[in-house]
Design a protein around this ligand. Structure first.
Ligand code: AKB
Length: 311
């Protein structure tokens, strides 16, 4: 049976790439991109929709009768600290509005992204396991942790097949990131090519787990394609990606742009957020349950980013 897929929050960094990937698999007309604003190069089908507007969402579900829903609308870590109540409202109420409609409309599969931000200062920082102490101290982080609990609850109580990934920082060239702590790892490429230098808001030695967008999109599609019996984690799967520091990334960029220089800005509020997050992640549950395998390492990701941004 043909799928009808709603992607809510389709204009963002993940949504932009996910909509094209889903359209390649399921056909353009089967994937409805939805966001609160028309994107610059809107490709149809597109619907204006706000996940906080319950009635508008209901009309959308009635119109399309989706079989799959991807809910991507959220405020990320750095912007969430500037607008804490708004981040909580969008990240929580938006999720609950969508989960309720998915139950009512008997949606077959739902995807909702979580993040490494669910971990906190008392979580193990190296090779952070799937299950451990979690004490996130950003609104984004604890909204994602609460969201994970809701996803598992809707699965247990209502049998809703919700699946989720704790994304590391995502790096891609097709769409800009917005309001995250890991955004430096995208900005650095654009500034290396346009100016030859970059002032980084995280310190040279700040290691964080990151992932190339190609891998992140593939992981999402693989998880959503996996047989339901294989999914043993109904909160959200750890995904490790590649762990590196700004200094390591700058050295890799220098292999392509030898004159590139990096400097470090002191006292940026995003440093404290990064310092509360894992340096590296153990994703053995994803490997075991749905055969997850990373493709891009730091060198391959860097050369692909540079090649594509140059174009
Ligand atoms: C952020 O930096 O807030 C996001 C994330 C790691 O979830 N990229």
């Amino acid at each position: 049976m043909a799928e009808t897929i709603l992607v809510l929050g389709s204009n963002g960094q993940i949504g932009t790439e996910l909509v094209s990937a889903l359209r390649q698999v399921h056909g353009t007309n089967q994937v409805i991109a939805c966001d609160i604003k028309e994107p610059l190069n809107a490709s149809s089908p597109f619907e204006l929709s706000d996940v906080l507007d319950k009635d508008g969402l209901l009309q959308l579900f009635k119109k399309y009768q989706p079989t799959q829903v991807y809910l991507l609308a959220a405020l990320l870590s750095a912007i969430g600290e500037q607008k804490p109540k708004k981040a909580w409202e969008l990240n929580m109420d938006g999720l609950l509005n969508v989960l309720d409609l998915c139950v009512d409309f008997k949606v077959k599969r739902v995807f909702w992204p979580s993040s490494i931000a669910v971990f906190g200062p008392h979580s193990p920082r190296e090779n952070t396991p799937q299950y451990c102490v979690m004490d996130p101290n950003t609104v984004y982080g604890f909204s994602k942790l609460a969201g994970e609990r809701w996803c598992e609850y809707y699965f247990q109580k209502y049998g809703l097949d919700v699946r989720s990934i704790r994304y590391p920082g995502l790096i891609g060239w097709k769409a800009a990131p917005g309001g995250g702590t890991t955004d430096y790892a995208v900005h650095i490429f654009h500034e290396a090519l346009s100016k030859g230098s970059y002032a980084c808001f995280l310190s040279a030695q700040t290691a964080l787990p990151m992932m190339y967008m190609e891998d992140a999109i593939r992981a999402t599609l693989e998880l959503m394609d996996a047989q339901a019996e294989k999914i043993t984690v109904r909160s959200s799967y750890n995904l490790g990606g590649i762990s590196f520091t700004p200094e390591m990334l700058a050295a890799e960029i220098r292999k392509h742009i030898p004159e590139f220089t990096i400097s470090y800005v002191d006292k940026d509020p995003r440093q404290a957020i990064a310092d509360s997050w894992p340096k590296s992640i153990d994703d053995s549950f994803a490997q075991k349950d749905w055969s997850w395998k990373l493709k891009y390492d730091l060198a391959e990701m860097t050369s692909d980013m540079i090649k594509n941004i140059k174009k």
